[in-house]
Design a protein around this ligand. Structure first.
Ligand code: SF4
Length: 431
């Protein structure tokens, strides 16, 4: 386990500027404002090879460069704290444990890209974190680290906190932007991307909580030192949220390159009650379901991409072999059916039809054609949905059909036999 990004969580009063400064807090911001030009900071983040920790793993430095290069007097920085992916609670640990570090990352980002205003969009279910953020912002303003002419320099930066109301779609950046603007949180087609046209049509940098919490560390240690952590393609550490049938649940910070097996057995103590693993779902409800044979896969963006799998938000759900596979997938798809905003056909109709077909198969009335339909609908959703929600919704279905194909085939081909076996047993038992 590592203690880098989360090193201050539980160690200091989360809103105390004094406590934070005792652990080198705000030193990075001071260095930036007094000794660095904005374009140097963009270069440092690019050199660090930091990739977004929210799910898309887009190179952070490149995103900063896109916003910085926009010729516009008004730009924004948005911190995406709408952690709505089921099974994901790692940002909550940072928001409640070291909000000052996230805010420091945001101010540095604002200075680097030329933005003077920022918003933190936090999920409504995190009232404690919201209160801590508001108090932390107020304390930084009192100390001159936020507001007009920060530390007597030309640069000014203000932050407002906005909260969501429980819509999963608002974690998607364009829907989140709509919600901050006061409209219904609905995703829109991209391009234009937020770095070009974001909040109120202005260039907007949207970064995840964990991504921003990495920024002061990179500035303090320098990109080369930072790159000593992790692998050549995935630098630094990752916060993972582990839940399900496992001895030690919770949030752990790990270095990229660790295997899923090491996480499951060395860090989390293996499965509870001596149960056998069925699969782990990596990345939340929209993540892939991986069988035991893939446990030696490394936590590494490139290695996972080779398997056509995304690390997503870093959630790991451990599922034991007593769980009904198709029932699990159906529940997951019902979640997406409920959360789909309904704007585009592949997602709105696809989720509904997948749930219906799965139900038919579970009831014992599935056919070969149903398996083809499931594959076709999920491919259309993945390729044609307007936003990430619809594109990623069928991932559990696609990966279970890939890694547990026999179970789907069994239900299709042997459902009558199963019923007959059951009938036979009942006849024998009842004598
Ligand atoms: S993919 Fe789903 S959530 Fe996204 S815009 Fe389309 S209907 Fe809405």
């Amino acid at each position: 386990m590592m203690n880098l990004v989360s090193r201050l969580c539980g160690k200091i009063n989360p809103i105390s500027v004094k406590d934070y400064r005792e652990y080198d807090g705000l030193k990075a911001l001071e260095v930036c404002l007094f000794n660095r030009e904005p374009n140097e900071l963009v270069d440092i983040i690019k050199q660090s090879n930091l990739k977004g920790r929210g799910g898309a793993a887009f190179p952070t430095g490149l995103k900063w460069e896109f916003v910085a290069s926009e010729n516009n007097d008004t730009k924004y920085v948005v911190c995406n704290a709408d952690e709505g992916e089921p099974g994901t609670f790692k940002d909550k640990v940072l928001l409640e444990g070291c909000p000052l570090q996230i805010i420091e990352g945001m101010i540095i980002a604002g200075y680097a890209v030329g933005a003077n205003n920022g918003y933190i969009y936090i999920r409504g279910e995190y009232p404690r974190a919201k209160k801590l953020l508001i108090d932390a912002i107020s304390n930084l303003e009192k100390e001159g680290y936020l507001g007009q002419n920060i530390l007597g320099q030309e640069f000014s930066f203000n932050i407002e906190v906005r909260s969501g109301s429980g819509a999963y779609i608002c974690g998607e950046e364009t829907a989140l932007i709509k919600s901050i603007e006061g409209d219904a949180g609905r995703a829109r087609h991209k391009p234009p991307y937020p770095p070009n046209e974001g909040l109120w049509g202005k260039p907007t940098l949207v970064n995840n909580v964990e991504t921003l919490a990495n920024i002061p560390l990179i500035i303090n240690m320098g990109p080369e030192e930072y790159k000593r952590y992790g692998t050549s393609s995935s630098n630094g550490t990752k916060l993972i949220s582990v839940s399900g049938c496992v001895v030690n649940k919770g949030v752990f910070e790990v270095e990229f390159g660790i295997t899923l097996r090491e996480i499951l057995f060395d860090i989390c103590g293996g499965l509870k009650d001596g149960k056998q693993l069925k699969f782990i779902q990596l990345g939340g409800a929209s993540g892939a379901c991986l069988p035991e044979e893939l446990l030696d896969t490394k936590l590494d963006f490139d290695e996972l991409r080779k398997l056509d799998i995304s690390l997503g938000s870093g959630a790991i759900l451990v599922v034991d072999d007593t769980v009904d596979l198709l029932g699990f997938v159906k529940t997951t798809m019902e979640f997406f059916k409920h959360e789909s905003c309904g704007k585009c056909v592949p997602c709105r109709e696809g989720n509904k039809h997948i749930v219906k077909i799965l139900d038919r198969i579970i009831q014992g009335n599935g056919t070969e054609r149903d398996l083809d339909l499931l594959k076709n609908i999920s491919m259309v959703m993945r390729d044609c949905s307007c936003c990430g929600l619809g594109q990623a919704a069928p991932t559990a279905l696609i990966t279970t059909m890939r890694f547990f194909e026999d179970e789907y085939n069994d239900l299709i081909h042997h459902h009558y036999k199963k019923d007959i076996d059951k009938l036979n047993r009942e006849v024998i038992v009842n004598g």
